[in-house]
Design a protein around this ligand. Sequence first.
Ligand code: PMP
Length: 422
Amino acid sequence: MSTTDAVPFDPQAIRADFPILATVVHGDKPLVYFDNAATTQRPRQVISSLVEAYEQHYANVHRGIHWLSEQSTDLYEEAREAVRRFIHARTQQEVVFTTGATAAINLVARSWGDQQVGAGDEIVLTEMEHHSNIVPWQQLAERTGCTLRFVPITDDGFLILEALDDLLNERTRLVAVTAVSNVLGTVNPVAQIVSRAHAAGARVLVDAAQSVPHAATDVQAWGADFVAFSGHKMLGPSGVGVLYGREELLEAMPPFLGGGSMIRRVTLEGFEPADLPAKFEAGTPPIVPALGLAAAIKYLEQIGMDAIRRHEMQLTARAHEVLEALDGVRLLGPAPEHKAGITSFVVQGIHAHDIAQIMDQHGVAIRAGHHCTMPLHKRLGVAASSRASYYFYNTLEEIDQLGIALRDAQRIFRRGQRRNDG
Ligand code: PMP
């Protein structure tokens, strides 16, 4: 994809494309949407692409020999090409539509894992993985008897890469790592991890759910074997995601789900699988969500991924300034220049859920809890955290609102504390 900015970056003009960002909550509070790591909002261009698809182009794909089905199939395959271009995959055969990042990782664990991993083999994960990149491997371990090993992190949220070197050995079959932590915000050195893992003869799966939406992606430059991400975290509809896999690996893997579309021929005795990528797209795929994802990609390309990354770095830097100025606030993860647009924090004496509730009274939508990373929270020694996560439509003024709301939460709790003490 282009690395130059197509149009000047103007957050206010961008916000006008997102109807939901004009929402006012609790009567008079403009919505400040800081839950983008959970899911992003959609611009009009994506919403209208869905309406247009249902009004003008909708039929099942790859099936009917009729005009509408051919049109729907062409658009679905054009969406695949848009994804291929966006992540710089070599061929369309390497782009499999799934229902999301979770489904993509499970596909690899079931298909590649069941075929390639046995008792005594090892899979290397990290302490900062989302449950989606832990549980499928724990299930594989239950099925096969393989062992899971974990790259530890430093107290400030970096992977300890020397420990990766120590963990890699001739039994390591796979390293599965997140490109960006959904809690710490840490941007991991994916290409470096891939080259170390490959040198040890292991394959690499990258959980790119938090990176593809926020920065230019080149799966070939990463050298990754598998990459998983979700449409709903990058302006697209929910219900569609992507598994990128290197063609030779996908070719050699058995289908995961069986059914229509994934076969070339079926007899009562057995079946012959279809070619890539259909082999991994059993049943009716997420047709309209895939078209919506293509519209989202078009929108992101027009803004420019480098401009998006730059703006989000500014937001993160301001969030650090604002949060670090408050007493009793512990920011999780590294310094802002090593982060994507995610700031998680713990406030002394106030539970994360209470923080989120008071923020909500100010119109500020954040997330509280373990964010599907219970092992990471255990490692950090906290039961829960509050997370504010940004996208390119957020503004520096909104970050200031975060600070005002948090100060208010502290004031309310300190007052309560004094009353209890007295
Ligand atoms: N990995 C990471 C790092 C994530 O943040 C998420 C979503 N929170 C997922 C995987 C799972 O994505 P989905 O729920 O869309 O399948």
